[in-house]
Design a protein around this ligand. Structure first.
Ligand code: FES
Ligand SMILES: [Fe+2]
Length: 443
């Protein structure tokens, strides 16, 4: 339980707030590179600030104030130039540092006034990694952008899914260290949605939490499993400060403002050995819907189920009304860590997990179960028979709404179409049945 003051400390992220200051010290994934295949600019709201991201005609990224410094026109309707972005109202042009580099009328008619030297737009650095575009909104010098090993695994099909969730970021992140919810929200709720009453999935017998350099690990023992099971022996990663890493995918919860969160999912599926070598030319980015046609929350896929929990807690969860139990120990741990890091930042120190040394930022390996499947691959038959990844082979399990073009590119990468043509229709059809959706298998 937290009082209103402490709840506000954790949840308020606008300019000048302690948590806003803390989170701005980390690079945040905010868009997919391939979104710019079909657009030149993208309006973004991050940490309560309205911004526009663009790629100029030289291929350089920019992230600047959405409103022009002149009379506030919307720069998401501006047009990129060879360098920078030009406002479509009176043509002022700004480079990626926010400097005004051209004022067409003023430069000609009042050149002596050198007005543009006094004009500067708010601007933030942008970097590419893993097909994602990352923004850094904190003080300089910027830390290293983490080079997680998964970003450079070969022979995989990657995809990026974005959704806007209408609630505060911190309740989303508390879900990253909540082992028991897998059993109920994903396993058992999915069973009930399919009309299955019993038996429910294996119950949690023990949960454990540990802190490490890049976040926290949560561990579990379920049913008849033992502590030798990788879900205890290795655990899962609650990635500091606002992500989770489950081996086959990352999720980040990026604050849009106090009441909205950008959910960013980056997933990787290793192609079967038969489909190697495979090099993905570009990583598709798509928007995952969160409501169905009737306005209800979609609940068919793993992350959609999580979204139902998050928004259900209220726009900003009132933690003065909660009743934590022993299974919430990890949540208490991350809250305590955040409070301590808020103090560290206020005292002028670097907060947890910032990478400053480029030599230590090379293909960083995070703890994960079944790592060899991602780094070595499996023949198709073994992949199909695998209790977790066999279920994911024919169907994207994490979010609803995958566009057909992405599904098609995936099937092609995985060699599923070729298999079908070669007479493996039965196998493909069996795997492709909707019942293959098994959030129960994603833990
Ligand atoms: S409002 Fe942008 S140039 Fe005038
Ligand atoms: Fe979940």
């Amino acid at each position: 339980m937290l009082n209103a003051e402490k709840n506000a400390l954790l949840t308020r992220v606008g300019p000048g707030t302690p948590m806003g200051d803390l989170l701005r010290r980390y690079w945040m994934p905010v868009a997919g590179v391939t979104e710019f295949d079909r657009r030149a600019t993208k309006a973004l709201r991050l940490f309560g600030e309205d911004l526009v991201m663009y790629r100029d005609l030289s291929g350089n990224w920019g992230l600047v104030d959405r409103h022009c410094a002149h009379r506030r026109a919307d720069l998401s309707y501006g047009f990129p130039e060879r360098e920078g972005i030009r406002c479509n109202y009176h043509g002022w042009c700004f480079d990626s540092t926010g400097a005004c580099i051209e004022q067409p009328y003023e430069d000609v008619a009042h050149a002596d006034a050198r007005m543009k030297e006094r004009v500067h737009l708010k601007a933030y650095p942008v970097a590419e990694k893993g097909g994602l575009l990352w923004a850094y909104m904190g003080p300089q010098p910027a830390p290293e952008l983490p080079d997680w090993e998964a970003f450079s695994w070969p022979n995989g099909f990657r995809q990026i899914v974005l959704s806007e969730i209408p609630c505060n970021w911190f309740q989303c992140q508390e879900n990253s260290i909540d082992p028991v919810h897998f059993e109920w929200m994903h396993n058992n709720w999915s069973l009930r949605q399919k009309g299955v009453l019993h038996p429910y999935s294996a119950p949690h017998k023990e949960v454990g939490f540990e802190e490490f350099e890049h976040g926290f690990l949560y561990k579990r023992v379920r049913g008849n499993a033992t502590r030798q099971d990788p879900l205890w022996a290795v655990g899962r990663v609650c990635l500091w400060p606002n992500g989770v890493f489950l081996g086959d995918h990352f999720e980040w919860r990026v604050p849009i403002d106090d009441e909205h969160t950008l959910s960013v999912c980056w997933s990787f599926t290793r192609v079967p050995r038969e489909a190697e070598p495979y090099a993905q030319e570009s990583i598709p980015t798509w928007y995952g819907p969160i409501r169905d046609d009737e306005g209800s929350w979609i609940s068919s896929h793993v992350m959609n189920q999580d979204f139902v929990a998050w928004v259900g807690q209220g726009v900003v969860a009132d933690r003065s009304l909660e009743m934590l139990s022993p299974s919430d120990k990890g949540i208490t741990m991350i809250r305590r860590r955040f409070f301590e890091e808020l103090e560290a930042v206020a005292a002028g120190a670097d907060p947890k997990g910032l990478l400053r040394d480029p030599d230590k930022n090379r293909r960083i390996v995070l703890p994960m179960a079944h790592r060899e499947i991602f780094t070595e691959g499996l023949p198709l038959d073994e992949l199909r028979a695998h209790p977790i990844f066999g279920r994911h082979l024919f169907h994207y399990p994490f979010q609803a709404g995958q566009p057909e073009a992405v599904a098609q590119a995936y099937r092609q990468a995985m060699g599923l179409d070729r298999l079908q043509a070669a007479g493996h229709e039965a196998a493909v059809a069996a795997g492709a049945a909707p019942s293959s959706v098994s959030p129960a298998r994603t833990t």
